[in-house]
Write a protein that binds this ligand. Sequence first.
Ligand SMILES: [Zn+2]
Length: 253
Amino acid sequence: MDTQTGQPAPLEPMPTDWTRALAVVAHPDDLEYGGAAAVADWTDGGREVAYLLASRGEAGIDTLAPEECAPLREAEQRASAAVVGVSTVEFLDYRDGVIEYGLDLRRDIAAAIRRHRPELLITLNHRDTWGGQGGGGFWNTPDHKAVGRATLDAAADAGNRWIFPELIEQGLEPWNGVRWIAVAGSPLATHAADATAGMERSIASLMEHKAYIEALTDQDPEEYCRGFLTGFAEQAAARFGGRPAVTFELFSR
Ligand SMILES: [Zn+2]
């Protein structure tokens, strides 16, 4: 908030002086509802982005049992990532819906950071709510909070050889090169990336979650995806010089 005008403060542009990013989220579709338009733009510019998902989102479809749902959602996530130029999609085996913040999660994410050696880490809203920074809003899920917080913590864990010495035994040397952690969908966004170039691909990318979206809404899938993503991008434009954008809360290291 700008204390002079009472308006929300303008969003700063995301840093661009990096070559590798790793996005760590709880579920298939988390990145497609958050930052895929930015990812499309970044991969266009020759940057590498890899995805790491803590679960396969197997508790996400009421009409489908987890054992049938998991491979379906994994395949949809890979197709969805390919649309925005991401070919590396990895899964940890946490159970969807009951992911807990803790040392196992921090260690697994730190291991992935050491393997991928990113300068930018991306995750999804770790805060208690969606919107509602003045109170209220929509309550966030435990999985998003746990994975978001563990990702923020794992940036430092990855750089310290003494925190998880077992990773060194596995041949994973420390990587202390993470310079920023960008949290998509945060109610306390500070930065934004222009969504103009990546918008159509981000819509196509979200639409790859076919089974999930069919179960979620009776609306035409394209209409639903387009409405959701352009709505948020236009809302962000008010704080980003009128340009449609995806927003991030950026933490520096
Ligand atoms: Zn999710």
